[in-house]
Ligand binder design. Structure first.
Ligand SMILES: [Zn+2]
Ligand SMILES: [Zn+2]
Length: 450
């Protein structure tokens, strides 16, 4: 039984979880099968979404499936408007794209239907939240894990921030279409799932160091989905339906896991922060963006390497008084952020809690880290696979995520490793290395290893 099938009972239901929270998965349908587009009118009717819809797509996804779905819905008496997002060479989730959708949005619109993958979904999820109109997704590529997400990463004023959004009512995908999606999109999906290796470890680290809540259901869901994808890496490389199906299911399950926790924790850690950092710098430099999962697939090589390096740390060498005295002050940190982030520095400063720089809090955290190193932290850090294993998985899936292949400068990755932690308040391996005063030296070491 696939991981998604084993979670089917949870979809559309509420339950009291071991983590102490009552979770609700309001997503009602996940349909991944051949000729799935034929189910769209049926699903819209069953969900009683109303008669007036707005389809959000781009010219590629319109050709791929949008026009057929438009015709099928029109034949059934639905009145469907179309917003074909225009932004060359690719759609960016920014103010411009939001305006394009709102200009096509009529107050009498009953529902939204997205035909597409990454960015188009990020935008529609946000618009659905702001307008209160429900939406369904017809997914065209297994390229990212935001399908079932309830947050929307948008690039506003050049800063990539996660905005509150809303879940879809249904996710529908055609297996044949997913299998024939462009190679770079499928490999980006694989990269996004591979990123869970360190996002799950970072989350557990934060549970140990920051006493953050861990939801075992969400964690196991992502862990099992990750394992399923890794076990089918060669079928993904060969575009076999069972491999692509597992990948798509894992991407949706990652979103469902985020639904459970109400944040991006189960599916996004330091590897995602590095990806966001690179994306923001690309935007500032006016460069053509890379796919989200591609950057995550590259970044996870570095975050895994950092985990591997920390296995050798001897807690006796954690010199707490020295670290507390030499720690960067909040003022110094603000100055550095201003220098590194320029026009978006105030956003970065605003997204961090200044009390993290309080010397007493920092000192207490260091004692906690030292005390829990052998019992909790080292076993967790050691459980992260080796860099060679991760490289092997990428190789088996057919992904070539190297700096040279992606055209990313080594200096940009170095910079991202150093500063990506500032863009999200979450505790990760990057923050641990920084707390221990070894982030810079470890970055130099891992740059030679990857
Ligand atoms: Zn992702
Ligand atoms: Zn839970």
């Amino acid at each position: 039984m696939s991981v998604l099938s084993s979670c089917k009972d949870m979809i559309g239901s509420s339950f009291l979880c071991q983590c102490g929270l009552t979770h609700t998965i309001p997503l009602r349908h996940v349909i991944i099968k051949q000729k799935a587009e034929e189910d769209v009118p049926l699903i819209v009717a069953e969900l009683r979404m109303g008669k007036r819809g707005l389809m959000i797509c781009d010219d590629n996804t319109w050709e791929l499936a949008g026009n057929r779905i438009f015709e099928m819905l029109s034949d059934k008496g639905y009145d469907i408007g179309v917003c074909m997002l225009e932004q060359k060479p690719i759609v960016i989730p920014n103010e411009n794209a939001i305006t394009q959708i709102l200009l096509k949005f009529d107050p009498s619109t009953d529902f939204l239907i997205v035909v597409g993958s990454g960015t188009i979904n990020d935008l529609t999820r946000f618009i659905s939240h702001r307008t209160g109109k429900p939406y369904i997704i017809f997914a065209t590529a297994p390229s990212m894990d935001g399908y079932a997400s309830t947050v929307s990463p948008l690039l506003i004023n050049g800063f990539k921030r996660t905005y509150p959004a809303v879940h879809p009512l249904a996710i529908i995908a055609d297996t044949d279409m997913l299998c024939s999606a462009p190679d770079d999109m499928i490999l980006a999906g694989f990269g996004d799932i591979l990123g869970k290796v360190t996002s799950l470890a970072d989350w557990q680290m934060s549970v140990i160091v920051m006493h953050e809540r861990l939801c075992p259901v969400a964690k196991n869901m992502v862990q099992r989905a990750l394992e399923e994808v890794l076990s089918k890496a060669s079928q993904i490389a060969q575009r076999k339906p069972e491999g692509i199906q597992a990948l798509m299911e894992a991407l949706i399950l990652s979103g469902i896991a985020m639904m459970l926790t109400g944040n991006s924790r189960p599916a996004s850690g330091s590897e995602h922060h590095i990806s966001h950092y690179i994306e923001m710098k690309y935007f500032m430099q006016g460069r053509q963006p890379l796919l989200h999962g591609t950057k995550v697939g590259l970044a996870v090589l570095y975050t895994v390497a950092l985990y591997n390096e920390l296995v050798f740390l001897d807690p006796k060498n954690i010199d707490i008084p020295h670290l507390v005295i030499t720690r960067t002050s909040y003022q110094e940190w603000c100055q550095r952020v201003n220098k590194v982030f320029g026009p978006i520095a105030h956003e970065v400063i605003g997204s961090n809690d200044s009390k993290n720089w309080n010397p007493a809090i920092y000192e207490r955290r260091l004692y906690d880290i030292k005390e829990k190193w052998e019992t909790h932290l080292k076993p967790l850090i050691s459980s992260v696979p080796s860099l060679n294993t991760v490289k092997e998985w990428l190789h088996t899936a057919g992904a070539n995520f190297t700096l040279r292949a992606l055209g990313i400068e080594e200096s940009l990755v170095e910079e991202a490793l150093l500063y990506a932690k500032e863009i999200r308040p979450y505790y990760t391996i990057l923050r641990l290395a920084d707390d221990l005063g070894i982030l810079e030296e470890k970055i130099k070491e891992i740059m030679n290893l990857v």
